[in-house]
Design a protein around this ligand. Structure first.
Ligand code: ADP
Ligand code: MG
Length: 561
């Protein structure tokens, strides 16, 4: 007996719903994306109990005529693509024609839509059309979804508490609002206004509305491009950090995406300004030729495939690093240490509750180098810290971190100028390695070439080193072993990455011991070396090299103001 049958529409819609709308957040995402595609200038979202009770999305977009109003609920019905080649350059958020029929198959849905001429009401309950009739309405579309997953108990059980679902939706809408500052968003949760942006097309105003005043004040504009990509947005000064990656907002052609490589590129750009367990806040909107981006990778469209991703990675991390280097100054650091403000919970601050404000001019009045050259040496403390001052601040400089920073940049310069000094060894250093590492010897040598280090096969399981860069001091063997391990351990690491990463640890090994006493002359020399660094305020691992105490702060502490 044959056993295969073709599934009916209702069942396929319910199956698709499992992928497209896993939870209330997915419903909000699909409905809001439809509103964006409809050219809405304003999108209002209302959720009750994390969307489990109801979700309503109201827009002032193009709406639909009476034919489309029901067509929209047929599987694979879409106005956004027509033929195969459209799939290679998708400019809209949607294109699969799956969302509405899927959502309607697992909920009670009511839609009112008007294209300015026809106005139609459509009511569907768990996939069955209950009502279609003309109705009076303004142009636009409103969709109300109730009783989500009520008839799919397995899915219902999978949902978290109302609070958790609410937070996911808040986070989603924040991200969408930041990717679309040209649209005014309002989100009400249990009738309370939680997010409101003004749609003025100013990204900084959107950041203010979403993340609040403190963050908006510390935003640094950034804009750069290459032949394929152009990037605009804001970096938030590394003075403000977060404990997770959720605040790294990257959108591609208006689409919010989850991309680990791009997040990594941002973190890489911030690395030297931040401790490794802290994460930055950024909002970057990337534009690329639609053909470079394949969005047809996953039903919920969170993931995309980007051609030339490696080039985009370097473009992002390099430009972020350069921008931050030009912006940070030591007095920024004291804010973090003096106040130790830790905001782990996102703050939802509707724009209307914000005081009238003007953004502070972010540019410095003097360059980094000038600041540091004004340092006057005061003394050394406990053999660990150097004290210095200029007309604005008193500085406490961590000798070890400062030394690391200097070594790091000096070695980096030797590498980029291809002038790494080397010293032949009297007796070659023989190092045992694993067969797997031996198998990658060519790649390892390719990576190490930049510091003139070459591993020669010595036996089946060992290599010999005959020459070492002069900056390597101390335990050379564990040094080289660490390099080999890092290179073989991470297949993803590009040549440049390895170099930077390794140089940082090289510098660390080679720099002074924490407690070694420096003479006044040595301290002065260290200050001068530090002043030549491109990024003197953090060690290569992100720890600060110095704290600054301003005059104003002293006056405050001594109760003079
Ligand atoms: P897709 O977005 O992939 O095309 P959907 O199932 O989400 O598929 O929507 C089906 C169609 O319904 C869309 O192509 C669009 O023509 C229409 N539509 C959906 N939502 C709206 C809306 N808010 N305003 C205008 N048209 C809409
Ligand atoms: Mg859609």
């Amino acid at each position: 007996m044959s056993r295969i049958n073709v599934l009916d529409d209702h069942l396929t819609n319910m199956i698709a719903a499992g992928e497209v709308v896993e939870r209330p957040m997915g419903v909000v995402k699909e409905l809001v994306e439809n509103s964006i595609d409809a050219g809405a200038g304003k999108i209002e979202i209302r959720i009750v109990n994390g969307g489990m009770e109801s979700i309503e999305v109201i827009d002032d977009g193009c709406g639909m005529d009476k034919v489309d109003a029901t067509m929209a609920f047929q599987r694979h019905a879409t106005s956004k693509i027509r033929e195969t080649h459209d799939l290679w350059s998708i400019q809209t958020m949607g294109f699969r024609g799956e969302a509405l029929p899927s959502i309607a198959s697992v909920s009670k849905l009511k839609m009112i839509t008007s294209d300015g001429t026809d106005s139609t009401l459509v009511r569907i309950e768990y996939g069955q059309i209950k009502e279609v009739r003309p109705i009076a309405a303004n142009q636009g579309t409103s969709i109300l979804v109730e009783g989500l997953f009520y008839k799919t108990p397995a899915r219902l059980k999978h949902l978290k508490s109302g609070n958790v679902e609410t937070n996911m939706i808040l986070d989603l809408v924040q991200k969408i609002a930041l990717a679309h500052p040209e649209i005014a968003f309002e989100l009400y949760s249990d009738d309370k206004l939680r997010i409101q942006t003004n749609g003025s097309d100013s990204l900084q105003e959107a950041i203010l509305a979403v993340y609040g005043l403190e963050v908006a004040r510390k935003s640094i504009p950034i804009s750069f491009s290459d032949y394929d990509f152009s990037v605009d947005g804001y970096l938030i000064s590394p003075v403000i950090t977060r404990s997770n990656r959720q605040y790294i907002n990257v959108s591609m052609n208006g689409r919010i995406i989850r991309s680990l490589p791009l997040q990594k590129a941002v973190i890489d750009g911030y690395r030297e300004f931040m401790m490794p367990d802290r994460f930055p806040i950024v909002v970057l909107n990337i534009r690329a030729d639609y053909q470079l981006v394949d969005v047809n990778v996953h039903p919920s469209k969170w993931e995309i495939r980007i051609s030339k991703e490696k080039a985009l990675y370097s473009l992002l991390s390099e430009n972020i690093r350069q921008t931050l280097r030009a912006q940070t100054r030591p007095s920024d650091m004291v804010v973090e240490h003096a106040q130790k403000q830790e905001i782990t919970q996102p703050q939802y601050t509707p724009a209307q509750q914000q005081p009238e404000m003007r953004f502070e001019e972010q540019r410095m009045t003097y360059t980094t180098e000038e600041t540091l050259q004004r340092f006057n040496y005061l003394g050394q403390h406990h053999g660990k810290y150097i004290l210095a001052y200029d007309e604005e601040n008193i500085y406490i400089i961590d000798q070890h971190a400062a030394m690391e920073r200097c070594m790091y940049e000096e070695i980096q310069q030797q590498i980029s100028e291809r002038k790494v000094d080397c010293q032949p060894l009297l007796i070659p250093l023989v190092i045992e390695i694993t067969p797997a590492q031996m198998n990658q010897l060519e790649r390892i040598n390719e990576m190490l070439e930049c510091i003139n280090l070459k591993l020669e096969p010595f036996s089946l399981t060992s290599v010999a080193v005959r020459e070492l860069p002069t900056f390597v001091e101390g335990d050379e063997e564990s040094f080289i072993r660490e390099l080999i391990e890092q290179i073989t351990g991470d297949r993803e690491m590009g040549v440049l990455d390895i170099r930077k990463e390794k140089i940082a640890s090289l510098a660390c090994h080679a720099s002074v011991k924490f407690n070694s006493y420096l003479t006044a002359e040595e301290c002065r020399r260290l200050l001068a070396r530090l002043s030549r660094c491109a990024q003197p305020f953090n060690c290569p691992h992100g720890r600060p090299t110095m704290l600054a105490i301003s005059d104003r702060q002293l006056e405050k502490e001594f109760k003079r103001v």
